[in-house]
Design a protein around this ligand. Structure first.
Ligand code: ADP
Ligand code: ZN
Ligand code: ZN
Length: 668
């Protein structure tokens, strides 16, 4: 008798590490079923779409208990062997179920089992006149030549160039070379908002169709982009971190711009670093990976020092643009008008008189971060989180920025009924209103998460800025990244201090990156820009060193500190988070995990905790964490490999939500 073939299937969204076993339906001849094909399987009372991982003739279960699959969706796998290899590596490294990892590689429509065909092919408009390449300066030429010479082998290049130094020009020249060889290029950016401008520049340069992939597109658009990259004729894919796993049968180069940006790290569910996985993909396929940034991450700089990455500096701005002038404004004991110092107001005035643009950076949305009673000191708190409610005047709301809870804005204190409620602190809405009052003849544009909610709003705003119909741009994080505003000559960061006093050891690095990135928005073309930093800590070493000696020197100092403290990149970490509605459960659960871990811990991985998360309660959940740390990466992973699959056997595991974060970049 022929033994029946058993299909081992990974099913996403099922929180188990195991594979599920099924039989081939009787009317379907036993054959050579390839790993990676999608199939529909019965699951509980309904069905699910899964991925074939392997076939076997053996099962741990009695064969008669196994069910048959419902149908095969694909004849041949949509993923090549090399793609599967990458996904297996990723599942292994991040200790995440393979089904979930495979699912992340597919656009939603294909995950749902839709047919893998494109109904409408894009028209490629080849008649447009394309812009020609610029003549490279020495640094750019050196970078292009070195990467060009290395095209058929794995190598990581860190293109370390100040804002405006012509990194994008280097990318474009390399892309052209790779396209001419008939190969494909994957370009990743951290933010959706950065795709349109890069897409435009690419479109003006290359006569190939450019596929775009990010989470704001429709399912159909994403499916089409995904499938298009598998057909001949489409060679350039531009996207955010979710585009990373798109199969590219003929890939020749990976470029990852703004490599320091923490948006490359997925912060929920399957927590992977698109930067690190991109490097692994380059290694598996044997092609170069280019990481670009004006403020490289300490990890990448450390990899340069260890001679794992090749450093390609572009120290000067391309063309004639001068570097901006950066100055500190000490606001200690100074009179402020809604957060603005007199000096800053005067500087804004001067710039506006010349009809140039001003950009103000404040990383806090809403009108004010705190509502307090002047009489009894009552503070509006979120009942679900350890957080204050933020005052939103425009919408007449009090809102929690952590769980989304909203209340109507009240006019009297719920404790003492006093009418003296005071909005404390400064948010972008409040800043907008003072700017309108101070400069009544000028146009102020507020650019933050709240103001760009409407579809197309951001594009509209950016167009207005470029058209010069805006005088003062004020915004949050959204503004810090990659945008090019040629007429902005003054940039001010209003509240540097909130970044100086954080408990997360990454905060110094992040603040320095933010200051340099925001500064990079100033004076990018003919006019020299000025950058002003308002602070109550004018002698803080981070600020003085950064200003005196620049980012590279700062990074060196910061790396030395990390080394002394044995923090990453000098050690490796994994963070196990747990949360539950009942206060005692997460701590008890993590204690049990720590005990279990000790039984596998032959290599003395440090196990720290369980301790409450920095925000111990959020959205009604109590949150705790357990940190694993070791100077040797494989020792850490050896422990995790044994521990993680066993966690499910703990009694408390079913009563809490838990997740593992390998190489966490945010300890919250
Ligand atoms: P980055 O990506 O490093 O911010 P870009 O590639 O966008 O820099 O270049 C900044 C500006 O300098 C752009 O306007 C670009 O056209 C110009 N530029 C880049 N390289 C050169 C060059 N070799 N000669 C003249 N101008 C250049
Ligand atoms: Zn009161
Ligand atoms: Zn809340």
């Amino acid at each position: 008798m022929i033994k029946p073939q058993i299909l081992k299937v990974a099913i996403p969204s099922v929180p188990f590490f195991k594979l599920f076993e099924y039989l081939v339906p009787e009317d379907c001849p036993n054959g050579d079923f390839q790993a990676g094909i999608r199939l529909e399987v019965p699951f509980g009372k309904s069905s699910k779409i899964g991925f074939l991982i392997a076939t076997s003739t053996k099962s741990d279960y009695p064969i008669e208990k196994l069910k048959s699959i419902i149908r095969f969706i694909d004849d041949t796998p949509l993923l090549a062997e090399i793609d599967l290899k990458l996904l297996h590596w990723v599942a292994n490294y991040y200790h995440h179920p393979i089904g979930e990892v495979m699912s992340a590689a597919f656009p939603v429509a294909l995950r749902q089992g839709k047919e893998a065909i494109i109904k409408k092919l894009p028209k490629i408009d080849d008649n447009e006149i394309k812009t020609s390449q610029l003549v490279c300066n020495e640094g750019q030429q050196n970078a292009v030549d070195l990467i060009h010479a290395s095209l058929d082998k794995f190598n990581v290049f860190l293109l370390d160039g100040v804002t405006g130094s012509g990194k994008t020009e280097v990318y474009m020249q390399l892309i052209q070379i790779v396209l001419n060889r008939g190969q494909q290029v994957l370009v990743l950016v951290p933010e959706i908002t950065l795709t349109p401008q890069l897409q435009q520049r690419f479109q003006a340069r290359f006569s190939t169709h450019i596929a775009i992939s990010h989470s704001k597109l429709t399912d159909l658009q994403r499916k089409n982009a995904w499938l298009l990259m598998q057909s001949v004729g489409c060679s350039l894919l531009l996207g955010t971190r979710s585009a990373l796993f798109t199969p590219l049968p003929n890939i020749g180069l990976i470029i990852l711009d703004e490599e320091h940006d923490s948006s490359f790290k997925q912060q929920e569910g399957f927590r992977f670093s698109a930067r690190d996985v991109a490097v692994m993909r380059g290694k598996l396929v044997n092609i170069p990976v280019v990481l670009g940034s004006a403020t490289p991450s300490l990890e990448s700089l450390y990899n340069v020092k260890q001679q794992r990455y090749q450093h390609l500096p572009l120290p000067e701005r391309a063309g004639n643009a001068l570097p901006p002038l950066v100055q500190i404004i000490d606001i200690c004991r100074k009179k402020l008008q809604e957060g603005l110092s007199e000096r800053l107001i005067a500087e804004i005035q001067t710039v506006l008189k010349k009809n140039e643009q001003v950009l103000l950076f404040l990383n806090r949305r809403g009108f004010a971060p705190t509502l307090i009673c002047h009489d009894c000191s009552w503070v509006a708190r979120c009942i679900h989180c350890d957080a204050n409610l933020v005052v939103h005047r425009n919408k007449n709301l009090l809102r929690c920025h952590h769980c989304g809870t909203e209340h109507c804005l009240i006019s009297s204190c719920p404790m003492c009924l006093s009418k003296e409620l005071t909005s404390l602190g400064l948010g972008t809405e409040r800043l907008e209103s003072i700017l309108n009052r101070l400069f009544p003849n000028k146009t102020v544009l507020r650019l933050d998460y709240d103001s760009v909610q409407k579809k197309g709003a951001l594009e509209d705003f950016l167009a207005q800025i470029h058209a010069g119909s805006v005088d003062i741009i004020l915004g949050t994080q959204l503004l810090a990244k990659g945008h090019h505003f040629p007429n902005v000559t003054l940039v001010a960061i209003l509240d540097v201090d909130s970044g100086l006093f954080s408990t997360d050891f990454h905060s110094g690095e992040k603040l320095a990156q933010l200051i340099v990135q925001v500064s990079g928005r100033a004076g990018r073309e003919k006019k020299q820009g000025k950058v002003l930093l308002q602070t109550r800590q004018p002698t803080h070493i981070l600020l003085t060193e950064l200003l005196r000696a620049g980012y590279a020197k700062f990074a060196k100092l910061e790396l030395a500190e990390r080394e002394t403290a044995m923090l990453p990149p000098f050690s490796y970490q994994a963070l196990l988070r747990a949360h539950a509605e009942k206060e005692e459960l997460p701590a008890q659960f993590l204690q049990a995990v720590a005990e279990l871990a000790k039984s596998f811990n032959s290599e003395q991985v440090q196990i720290l905790g369980a301790i409450p998360a920095p925000m111990a309660r959020r959205a009604g959940q109590y949150r705790f964490q357990l940190l694993f740390q070791h100077t040797n990466r494989s020792a850490l992973h050896h422990l995790l490999k044994q521990l993680i699959p066993q966690i499910g056997t703990l009694k408390l595991a079913a009563k809490v939500h838990w997740s593992i974060d390998v190489d966490p970049v945010d300890l919250f």
